[in-house]
Design a protein around this ligand. Structure first.
Ligand code: HSE
Length: 299
């Protein structure tokens, strides 16, 4: 018995919603091939696309570690599986790379066992995988990777996840090939915020969510502002503000950092506009001597 599962990249934060908003894209994503075997235990047999950087040790790899946690929770330590992980997106890129792998693994084992848990019930295990990957069990990548679409994490304790309407927009993503580990990018953020900044931020979060429900693209666009996290993380991204200018000139509805960066993303009214934005940003980065990858996707 074996199963192949794809889980998508995700854009977390969506500019103003640090740790509470995220959405899934169609591609890129990661793939897990999982095979049941007669003897108990969880093993990683092969990883491709990671340039040898991810651990094969089953206790340290987030895919196998979260599968082990799930088996323990279900009292099914008698089960044995071999895992192949095929990474189809860069690591440390801000595209929810670890989340996609973890979610694909959890989905695979849940299917092989005859679906004992719902997608939502898999979420806490995926969050533990994130904790292992970056030191923080945030859900804004794993929840949309697991559930699809646009997701709000209204509360972490207790966990309260709300599915939001998906806007009729395309997403342009550009990954400048500099690495920003989430663990480091989280350390930079201030622990306390001035009240006035908090007011601006929650106005924008509410505006973005309202824009999604109203299908109001202009409201979505003008709510995509972040006064708390972006000013600090922008420093890690080559020419961030120039990239924003270029994206907006090329027709972007809104622009910002994807997750903890260095990827940036923009909403665009259609596929052609998204492709134009990707091209402009990549050309600018090439001019700086920075290699990049680009993705265009429906949301
Ligand atoms: N909300 C997380 C962060 C997402 O910004 O650190 C990481 O991809």
């Amino acid at each position: 018995d074996s199963i192949r599962v794809f889980a998508p990249a995700t854009v977390a934060n969506v500019v103003c919603g640090f740790d509470v908003l995220g959405f899934a894209v169609e591609q890129p994503g990661d793939e897990v091939l999982m095979t049941l075997r007669p003897d108990p235990g969880v093993s990683i047999r092969r990883i491709s696309g990671d340039q040898g950087r991810l651990p094969l040790d089953a206790d340290r790899n987030t895919v196998s570690a979260s599968v082990q946690m799930l088996l323990r929770h279900l009292g099914r330590e008698d089960v044995g599986v071999d895992i192949e992980l095929h990474k189809q997106m860069p690591i440390g890129s801000g595209l929810g790379s670890s989340a996609a792998s973890t979610v694909a693994g959890l989905w695979a084992i849940n299917e092989l066992l005859g679906r004992p848990l719902t997608a939502l019930e898999l979420l806490p295990f995926a969050m533990q995988g994130e904790e292992l990957a970056c030191g923080a069990g945030h859900a804004d990548n794993v929840a949309p990777a697991l559930l699809g679409g646009f997701v709000l994490i209204r509360s972490y304790q207790p966990l309260d996840v709300v599915r939001l309407p998906v806007p009729a927009l395309h997403c342009a993503i550009v990954y400048p090939e500099v690495e920003v580990p989430t663990r480091d990018a989280r350390r930079l953020i201030r622990r306390t915020v001035p009240l006035q900044d908090a007011v601006t931020q929650w106005g924008n979060v509410a505006g973005l969510v309202s824009g999604l429900f109203l299908g109001d693209t202009a409201l979505i666009g003008r709510s995509m502002q972040d006064v708390l996290v972006e000013p600090v993380r922008a420093l890690l991204i080559p020419d961030f503000y120039q990239l924003r200018e270029l994206a907006l000139q090329a027709g972007a509805v809104g622009f910002g950092i994807s997750g903890s960066g260095p990827s940036v993303f923009a909403f665009a009214p259609d596929e052609a506009a998204a492709a134009r934005i990707v091209e402009q940003l990549r050309r600018h980065l090439a001019g700086l001597g920075v290699g990049s990858r680009g993705y265009v996707s429906a949301i």
